[in-house]
Design a protein around this ligand. Structure first.
Ligand code: FCB
Length: 487
C-alpha cells in the first residue's frame, strides 16, 4: 500500500493541535518526592503481566527531563499538551493532605507550558490508582469515587485557572473492563460483577470530580471526560445482527454515555448483566451526581470492530471465535475479522470509522463540542544510524485520521482540537516498551529523544494549519533544528 498523500485540507484558525502522554507511561521516578505505589507499579512488577517484564520505573524519565521535553514540544509547535497527574504523587495512599512536592512538579510543568504558549490539558486519572485504595476495593468500591473527588479538589486548587481543559477520567472502559473483565490491565482481577461495579463507581467519580473542580474554580471551569467509544459495525442489516451490535454497544459505550450525558443507564443493561450483578451499587441520587454538564467530550479513537449474532453457541463449539471477556453478557455476539491494513497492535486502520463516530455523536448531542484526545499508531520503527525514523506508515495513519476529522467538521461536527497519541514512545501498558506510538523516538537505554519524520510532518501541519503531503522524506534541515531543541 502506498503511503504517499498529496497536500490536503485546511483547518480553521483556533483549532487546537497537540499531543498526549500519561503519567505512568512517561514519568518514571516512581519512588521520588513522596510518590506512593500505584496499581500499575504492583501489576508491572508481577511476573507475567507485562511483556518483557517491563515496568514504568524509569519510563521516559519525563519527571527529570520535563524541561527538555517541553522545549521539544515548543519546537514541534504543539499548541496543547495533554498529560495526566499521577494521583499517588499527590496523595501517596489516595487519601489525606496533598503532598506539596507532588503538586510542585505539575505546577512547574503548567508554568513551563504556558511560558512557551502551550495549553495544558490535564487528565486527572489515567489508570494509576494509588495501591492503598486498591487494597480497600479499588474502583469496585464506592469509597474510591469519594476519594477521587478529594484528590481532584487538591489538584484544582494547585493548578487553578491555568488549565485549558480538565479531564476527569481517561477511558473508564479500560479501567473497568481490562482491569476487571479480561484482567489484562491493573489490577488484573477478572470478575464481571466487579467490572460493572467499577463502571458505576468510575461514572460517579467523574461526576463528583467534575463538581469538585468547579467547586474550587467556579462553574465556568472547563471540564470534560475522555471515552474510547467502540465503533462496532454490524456484519449485516439482519435484525439479529443489529440486536447483537446493540448489546455490545450497551456494555461498551452506553453504560458511560447514558449516565454522564443523559442521566440514566440504558434500560437493557440490567437484564443483560443480571447473572453478574443486581446493580444495587447504584444509589438514589447517584445519577444526578453523575449527570454534570461538561464543556467538551474527549474522544480517543484507534480502530473499529465488526460484530453480528453468534452463529453457533459458544459452549458447544470450543473453536468458535473468542468472546472477549470485556464483553460482559454478550455471549451471543460474534466478532468478525476486519479487513486490514493493521498497525503493530493488530488494530485495523479505519479512518472512516472516526468520521462516522463523530457524525453519530453530533447527531445525538448536537450542542456538545468534541476534542480528539488520542489518536495514533504503533509501527515497528526502523531506526537509522543517527536515530532517525522515516515512519511513513505512521505519518499516513495520522494524515488519514486528521483528514477524517476534517470531513466530519465539514459535515457540521464541532471538533475543537486533535491531540495525537503520543508525544513520545513510552510504556504501552501490558505491551511494555515493545509498542511505540511516539512522533518522538525515545532511544532505549539512553532515553535520547529524536523527532521522527511523523513529528516533522506534524510540525508542518501545525505551522501551516493544513495537511502537508506525505511522501517526500524530511529534509535534513528540519531534523537538525528539531534535534537542537534537546541540546
Ligand atoms: C489508549 C490509552 C493510552 C495509550 C493508547 C495506545 O487506550 O489511553 O494510554 O496506551 O491507548
Amino acid at each position: 500500500m502506498s503511503h504517499a498523500r498529496p497536500a490536503g485540507r485546511a483547518f480553521p484558525p483556533g483549532f487546537l493541535w497537540g499531543a498526549a502522554t500519561a503519567a505512568y507511561q512517561v514519568e518514571g521516578a516512581v519512588a521520588e518526592d513522596g510518590r506512593g505505589p500505584s496499581i500499575w507499579d504492583t501489576f508491572s512488577h508481577t511476573p507475567g503481566k507485562v511483556a518483557g517484564g517491563d515496568t514504568g520505573d524509569i519510563a521516559c524519565d519525563h519527571y527529570h527531563r520535563v524541561e527538555q521535553d517541553v522545549a521539544l514540544m515548543a519546537d514541534l509547535g504543539l499548541q496543547a499538551y495533554r498529560f495526566s497527574v499521577a494521583w499517588p504523587r499527590i496523595q501517596a495512599t489516595g487519601a489525606g493532605p496533598a503532598n506539596p512536592l507532588g503538586l510542585a512538579f505539575y505546577d512547574r510543568l503548567v508554568d513551563q507550558l504556558l511560558d512557551v504558549g502551550i495549553a495544558p490539558v490535564v487528565t486527572l486519572y489515567h489508570w494509576d490508582l494509588p495501591q492503598a485504595l486498591q487494597d480497600t476495593g479499588g474502583w469496585a468500591s464506592r469509597e474510591t469515587a469519594y476519594r477521587f473527588a478529594d484528590y481532584a479538589e487538591h489538584v484544582a486548587r494547585a493548578l487553578g485557572d491555568r488549565v485549558h481543559l480538565w479531564t476527569t477520567l481517561n477511558e473508564p472502559w479500560c479501567s473497568a473492563y481490562l482491569g476487571h473483565g479480561s484482567g489484562e490491565h491493573a489490577p488484573g482481577i477478572p470478575d464481571p460483577g466487579l467490572a460493572l461495579a467499577s463502571v458505576h463507581h468510575l461514572n460517579l467519580a467523574h461526576g463528583l470530580g467534575a463538581r469538585a473542580v468547579r467547586g474550587v474554580l467556579g462553574e465556568s471551569a472547563p471540564v470534560s471526560v475522555t471515552f474510547n467509544l467502540q465503533v462496532h459495525q454490524a456484519v449485516s442489516d439482519d435484525p439479529a445482527d443489529l440486536a447483537a451490535k446493540r448489546r455490545i454497544d450497551v456494555i461498551a459505550n452506553e453504560v458511560f454515555l447514558g449516565p454522564t450525558l443523559e442521566g440514566a443507564y440504558p434500560a437493557e443493561v440490567f437484564a443483560q448483566t443480571s447473572r453478574f450483578t443486581d446493580w444495587a451499587f447504584v444509589r438514589d441520587g447517584d445519577l444526578d451526581d453523575i449527570h454534570v454538564p461538561i464543556d467538551v467530550l474527549g474522544l480517543n479513537y484507534y480502530n473499529t470492530s465488526r460484530v453480528g449474532a453468534r452463529r453457533a453457541p459458544v459452549a458447544v463449539d470450543p473453536d468458535a471465535p473468542f468472546v472477549p471477556t470485556t464483553a460482559i453478557g454478550c455471549e451471543d455476539v460474534e466478532w468478525f475479522e476486519q479487513p486490514g491494513p493493521r498497525t503493530q497492535m493488530g488494530w485495523n486502520v479505519d479512518p472512516q470509522g472516526l468520521t462516522d463516530l463523530l457524525l453519530e455523536l453530533h447527531a445525538r448531542y448536537p450542542d456538545l463540542p468534541i476534542m480528539i484526545t488520542e489518536n495514533g499508531a504503533a509501527f515497528d520503527d526502523e531506526v537509522g544510524p543517527e536515530g532517525e525514523v522515516a515512519d511513513r506508515e505512521r505519518t499516513a495513519y495520522l494524515y488519514d485520521h486528521v483528514d477524517a476529522v476534517g470531513a466530519a467538521m465539514d459535515a457540521g461536527v464541532d471538533v475543537r482540537g486533535y491531540l495525537l497519541w503520543s508525544f513520545m514512545d513510552n510504556f504501552e501498558w501490558a505491551w511494555g516498551y515493545s509498542r511505540r506510538f511516539g512522533i518522538v523516538r525515545v532511544e532505549p537505554g539512553t532515553l535520547r529523544r529524536t523527532v521522527k519524520d511523523s513529528g516533522a510532518w506534524y510540525r508542518e501541519l501545525i505551522r501551516a494549519g493544513r495537511l502537508p503531503a506525505v511522501g517526500a522524506a524530511s529534509t535534513p534541515a528540519v531534523r537538525t533544528s528539531l534535534d537542537a531543541a534537546q541540546a
